[in-house]
Design a protein around this ligand. Structure first.
Ligand code: PMV
Length: 347
């Protein structure tokens, strides 16, 4: 009694890590635990139309990105479907039409793999739910996160909000290497409405993919210490998040961002994803924080863009600071304002 055809749509947000995931073992098992803020408006919306087909021997799908066929994404999706087939045995029974679009500008340098893989996983889980109506909500979301992880590691943190932790940690109950969990400890309200303004420093293609970056942590001279540091930072973050201790939050978050990039600079081969404007922005943030005591800090993904993190009550003055001082370092003066969000939604 499986449905002949249908259509499902989910919107999943992007996320920004506070403690970074960098290094993995097969299959997408993180070398260290990580934690991220789920974002709100930076998101991917994906629809999956499905219709029963005759042959059940192979996968069959069409892919549209922002309304246009997108054949160069197909191999990535095919690899993903092959990887998750053992968890979703119905996949070869249907022909799928996958239509996806991002809320942020195309090739803005904002990675869409996390939100994209999360949205697609939720759509496929929605179909699974139609086949198995007894599936409870907690299992639905845990499995969606599990599937998303198999598409792109950090995507498992883009299902729920507002703080998601991923990777087994002895002091975090229910923490798991296979899926993200909602952070189980007390979180000060200041972090529930935290702002993230993304400064688009460089919109071009990244010099090194995150897949290659993760691999370079194998045999990396500092890997073991770095992994240990991430475990320790999750312990340190617990009282910081509970108390809303912004001074300590800033130190930990900025150190994590610079450590991520230090790992890239000290791998073999080595590489650097920060641009001169990235460094100028960081120096200006430090000077501004020193002069005004405003609790604003930065973090970085695997790219040149800078995420400015700050509490909502200083939003007006930080936006002025960005407009007056930092925007000149952004490509075409572009930046995107976002804040902590509540996770993916069904449309
Ligand atoms: O999910 P991936 O494999 O693209 O890795 C992303 C890694 C970082 O964004 C650099 C850090 C993180 O934890 O999100």
């Amino acid at each position: 009694n499986s449905p002949e055809k249908g259509k499902v749509t989910w919107k999943a947000p992007s996320n920004i890590a506070l403690v970074k995931y960098w290094g993995k073992r097969p299959v997408q098992i993180p070398a260290n635990p990580s934690i991220s803020f789920t974002l709100d408006s930076c998101a991917t919306t994906t629809s999956v139309s499905f219709e029963k087909k005759e042959d059940r021997e192979s996968f069959s799908f069409d892919l549209f990105f922002e309304g246009k066929p997108k054949d160069d994404f197909k191999p990535k999706i095919l690899t993903f479907l092959e990887r998750i087939e053992k968890y979703l045995p119905f996949l070869k029974e249907y022909h799928f039409i996958i239509e996806t679009s991002n809320s942020f500008p195309h090739s803005s340098g904002i990675a869409s793999s996390a939100s994209g893989m999360a949205a697609l996983s939720l759509c496929l889980m929605d179909i699974e739910k139609q086949l198995d109506p007894a599936l409870d909500e907690a299992s639905f979301y845990a499995k969606a996160s599990h599937l998303a992880r198999l598409g792109s590691g950090s995507a498992c943190r883009s299902i729920k909000g507002s703080l998601v932790q991923w990777g087994e940690h002895k002091n975090i109950p229910n923490s798991s290497d296979v899926c993200g969990i909602e952070y189980p400890f007390e979180v000060n309200p200041v972090f529930k409405s935290y702002c993230d303004t993304i400064l688009l420093v460089h919109k071009g293609q990244k010099q090194v993919s995150s897949t290659v970056g993760h691999q370079l942590m194998h045999g990396h001279p500092y890997a073991e210490n770095r992994f240990k540091q991430a475990f320790d930072n999750l312990d340190k973050l617990k009282p910081i998040l509970a108390d809303g201790n912004l001074e300590e939050f800033i130190k930990l978050v900025e150190s994590e961002a610079l450590t991520l990039h230090a790992m890239m600079m000290t791998s073999m081969p080595y590489f650097m994803l920060m641009k001169p404007d990235t460094l100028q922005i960081i120096n200006k943030i430090w000077a501004y924080r020193e002069a005004t005591k405003t609790p604003v800090c930065f973090t970085l993904d695997a790219g040149a863009n800078v995420h400015l993190l700050y509490p909502e009550d200083v939003k007006e003055k930080v936006l002025d600071f960005i407009k007056d001082t930092l925007a000149e370092h952004c490509e075409n003066g572009q930046y995107i304002h976002d804040q902590v969000g509540e996770g993916a939604i069904k449309i």
